[in-house]
Each structure stands twice: as C-alpha cells, then as structure tokens.
Design a protein around this ligand. Structure first.
Ligand code: FE
Length: 247
C-alpha cells in the first residue's frame, strides 16, 4: 500500500478541487440554467489564428473569432433559454425567428453565430486557386467564367451598404451571388449557402481600412476553400426554384 505524506495528501485534495471546479465551469457554459444543452457552440477555428496572414492578420482573427463570434454565440445561447427553444437546432431558431420583429435580437445573434462558423470554414491557408468538377461547371453556367464570378462577387461586396455578408448560394438548381445586410442569412430565404465573405468592418478594417474590395478579392484569390464549397453543393438538398420566391 502506498504511503501518502501529508504534503501529498494536501496536493491531491487541491488538485481534486481544481478539477471539480473546472468541470463545473465547463458544464455551466454548455448547459443553460434550465439544464438544457446549449443550442449554439463556438466551433473550433480550423487553422491557427495567424495561418491566414498576411491576407487576414492574427490580430484581426483574434478579435473576430475570439470576441465578435464568441459574443454572438454567448448572446444567442442566453436568448434561447427556456422551453420555447428546447430541442431546436441553430438553423431551426434562425428560420423560426426570421422576419419576426419581436424576436429580432434572437435572430440577429443566432444568424451571426451561424454565419461566422460558416465563414471561417470557407477559408483555409494557401487556399484560392480554381474550383473543380460540378462546382466549376455551375459557376461557368451562371456567370460565364470563374473570372466573371469573382468580379460579380467583389462588386456585390462593394455595393453592400453598411455591414453585411456576400454569398454564393444555390437557388433551386443554379448558382447566384447575393448580399445580405447585418445578420441576415440565405437560410432565412430558402437559399442554400455555399460560400461567404464577411463584409462587416470588424472583418477587415485593421488590415485594409476602407479597402473592402481589396480584402474580398484577396480572400477569393488566396484563401477561398473551394473543396469546402464543393462539399456544400454535394450535400445540398434538391430544391425547386420557386421555394426561394415563397420565403
Ligand atoms: Fe464578423
């Protein structure tokens, strides 16, 4: 039988208390005061915070991922406590609160949590290049060429007044570029998001100041993860073109 000295006993007791505290803190962040699991989870960044530099600096990523995105996740969870949201997914919450002025705060934080998780996955270090396969064919069909698509996408970013997002979406059976304001998301309009660039100033101002178009062009040319975009296209549910017109 091992002999544990008084110092070791105190060390083991202290270690146990610290471990228990850490577990309690983790459980509190994952569960609401009603005991329900958190609907929104801050997804891990799929690369290091400095991995997208110099296109997007580590400082921008630190604030964007660690403060802005984290804040939306925290607020979205705080606003979806209680039985009305029990068992709902993040997408359920977004679709059910879209257009409801009384639930604007829930929609804004829920949509921003989802949009940011998607945005960070749309990029990768040493990305860019050209899309392949079905995605490449559909881009050519919709925009004439990949080069034209990039011009359309950058123009949409320049023309978006104020904060928002620019998206490549699947609308029925064809691709389209759209811009959404503030927290708005294609999920609320019956469209399938395939790719996005965040054009809120917090996404680029530290690195590009007012040169939004340069930031978007650089993301397209050097960071876009076209493999991820192709995967979104592959798993998209077939939808009728009229579906988007009804929502
Ligand atoms: Fe953002």
């Amino acid at each position: 039988m091992a002999i544990i000295s008084g110092i070791n006993k105190r060390f083991i007791l202290l270690s146990s208390l610290l471990a228990a505290s850490a577990l309690a803190a983790l459980l509190l962040t994952q569960c609401s005061k009603h005991g329900q699991a958190a609907i929104f989870v801050q997804e891990p960044l799929p690369y290091a915070q400095d991995a997208l530099a110099p296109v997007i600096s580590a400082k921008t990523m630190s604030f964007h991922y660690g403060k802005h995105y984290a804040g939306y996740v925290k607020k979205a969870n705080a606003l979806t406590q209680g039985p009305a949201y029990e068992g709902k997914t993040a997408v359920d919450v977004i679709r059910e609160t879209a257009g409801d002025a009384a639930k604007a705060a829930v929609f804004n934080n829920a949509a921003q949590a989802w949009n940011h998780a998607f945005y960070f996955k749309c990029m990768k270090p040493q990305g860019g290049g050209v899309p392949q396969g079905r995605l490449a064919k559909m881009i050519d069909a919709a925009f004439g060429s990949f080069s034209n698509f990039k011009d359309v996408f950058v123009s949409a970013a320049k023309d978006q007044f104020g904060s928002g997002w620019v998206w490549l979406v699947l609308d029925g059976n064809k691709l389209a570029v759209i811009a959404t304001s503030n927290a708005d998301t294609p999920l609320a309009h019956g469209l399938t998001p395939l790719f996005t660039v965040d054009v809120w100033e917090h996404a680029y101002y530290l690195d590009y100041q007012n040169r939004r178009a340069d930031y978007v062009r650089q993301v397209l040319d050097k960071l876009a993860n076209w493999q991820f975009v192709s995967e979104q296209l592959t798993k998209a549910e077939p939808a009728s073109p009229s579906k988007s017109k009804q929502s």
